[in-house]
Structure formats: structure tokens, C-alpha cells
Ligand binder design. Structure first.
Ligand code: KIV
Length: 272
């Protein structure tokens, strides 16, 4: 498993860091088999596996349920688990309670939080010993306010984002995720921070990249963002299911090869 100091070393040596989301045992197992550096149990699971419109409905129980499955599937990969909306930034005391619960239950290596307003939470969690990843730029939990659109696109917004990123590092964040921002801005932030910066829709100059499993494998996805590249096509599963349906109906399945042929009924008196 990559440690935080190894991830920092990768940044220093300009070795790019790969991260992918996973939400269950098989996807985590695949990510570990593929030797991806880090797994994110993102609250994007609200859309990808629970069928919600956004991440806003996701609960801490959902994150624990999926986080535990991912840990079982990838015991040797650095796993980050998202803190869902409402579990952080609402009530100071609850913040740490939820963070501790999530951290302990999922055995994550770090937790991720969205937004620049969480300086004091990051400080407190860090003091308690919980590594925190900060997520800036487009933060999907705030979709109701900011929508799904490019962030940091004006001079003022870019300057603010640079300041926010520095404040996150100063507060103790161990990594930064930057989503949907101009690539030159992401490049400057990555250069100015000592912690690794992982981009999604932030160009190629960040220290690493993260993509959503279901997006990059085209698994149950209706729309793709501009920044997604599709690496495989899991929609082929529908063809398999159609063929199964046809073969059940035609009687072709199950064949001899899929049938237990031990003769038992000659020994059974069905009138007993
Ligand atoms: O929830 C998630 O999958 C994320 C990534 C998009 C970074 O936060």
C-alpha cells in the first residue's frame, strides 16, 4: 500500500499518481489488481450505484456500508472515503463524531471533505489523527448553488482558489482534489503546494488524476462530462443479459455442461 510519504515522494519525483473511485468489493478488487495508487469511495456512489440525481441524498450509513466493502476488496490500497453532505461543517462537535465513526468503521486511510470553509474541521481532525483530503473547485455537494460548471474561470475566482488551496494545506490537509478548473490554474496550485494535488477535469499538470469507475468503464452511465475518457465498455453486459434471456426462453440454457446428472430419483419413492 502506498503511504502518504510515498505519495509525496511521487509528487517530488514527478511520478504521476492514479486514483479511481470504487464503491463495492469487486470494483475495489479490480482497482487493486490494476495497481491503481489510490481508491476513492466517493459520494458519487449516490449517482453511480444508488441511482440518485446527485450526491446530496447520500448518508453516512451509505458511506460506511460501501467503504467497508471497498476495504475488504482492496486491503492493500490507500483508500479515501468521502464525508457526505451534512456530516461536516454543520455542528462543530458532530463533525468529529462523524469523522471518527467513518474512519473507524471503514478503516480508510483518509477522509475527504468538500469546500474551503472547513479550515477549522481540517485542523481538529488532523489534531485527532485523522488524515483529511480537501476537495476544491467544482464541489458536487454544492450543486444546488454552483451547478456542474467550470470553477476558477475569472481572475478573482482563480486568485481565491489559490488562496483557498494554500489554506487547506496550512490547516493540515494531506492531499488536495481539484475538480473542473482551468488547467493553467491547476498547474500553478500544484506547483505552489507541497502536498499532492489530484485533478479531475483540471488538466494534465496536476500531480495525479482521479476518475469515476463507472465513467471510465462506461458502466450504467447515460452522460459523460467533457473530462472523462472511456477506457473499456462494460455496457457489453447488456448483450450478455439479452443472450441469457433468449437462451432461457429457448431452452438452450442450462445445457449438459451446466447440469448435475447424478441419478438419485431411482432411489426415492415419491409416495413416501
Ligand atoms: O465523489 C466523487 O467521486 C468525487 C470525485 C469526483 C473526485 O468526489
Amino acid at each position: 500500500m502506498k503511504t502518504l510519504s510515498q505519495l509525496i515522494k511521487m509528487k517530488d519525483e514527478q511520478t504521476k499518481i492514479s486514483m479511481v473511485t470504487a464503491y463495492d468489493f469487486p470494483s475495489a478488487k479490480q482497482a487493486e489488481q490494476a495497481r491503481i495508487d489510490m481508491i476513492l469511495v466517493g459520494d458519487s456512489l449516490g449517482m453511480t450505484v444508488l441511482g440518485y440525481e446527485s450526491t446530496v441524498q447520500v448518508t453516512v450509513e451509505d458511506m460506511i456500508h460501501h467503504g467497508k466493502a471497498v476495504r475488504r476488496g482492496a486491503p492493500n490500497t490507500f483508500v479515501v472515503v468521502d464525508m457526505p453532505i451534512g456530516t461536516v461543517g454543520v455542528c462543530d462537535e458532530d463533525d468529529l463524531k462523524y469523522a471518527l465513526k467513518l474512519y473507524q468503521a471503514t478503516q480508510a486511510n483518509a477522509l475527504k471533505v468538500e469546500g474551503a470553509h472547513l479550515v477549522s474541521f481540517i485542523q481538529k481532525a488532523t489534531r485527532m489523527g485523522i488524515p483529511i483530503v480537501s476537495h476544491l473547485g467544482l464541489t458536487p455537494q454544492s450543486v444546488g448553488v454552483m451547478g456542474y460548471k467550470l470553477q476558477g474561470g475569472t481572475k478573482e475566482a482563480a486568485v481565491q482558489l489559490i488562496e483557498d488551496a494554500k489554506a487547506m494545506q496550512e490547516a493540515g490537509a494531506v492531499l488536495l482534489v481539484l475538480e473542473a478548473i482551468p488547467s493553467d490554474l491547476a498547474q500553478v496550485i500544484s506547483q505552489q503546494l507541497t502536498i499532492p494535488v489530484i485533478g479531475i477535469g483540471a488538466g494534465k499538470e496536476t500531480d495525479g488524476q482521479v476518475l469515476v469507475y463507472h465513467d471510465l468503464l462506461n458502466y450504467g452511465i447515460d452522460r459523460q462530462a467533457k473530462f472523462v475518457k472511456q477506457y473499456a465498455d462494460f455496457s457489453v453486459g447488456v448483450d450478455g443479459l439479452k443472450q441469457y434471456d433468449n437462451e432461457v426462453k429457448s431452452g438452450e440454457f442450462p445445457s449438459e455442461a451446466h447440469t448435475y446428472r447424478k441419478k438419485i430419483m431411482s432411489e426415492v419413492d415419491i409416495n413416501d
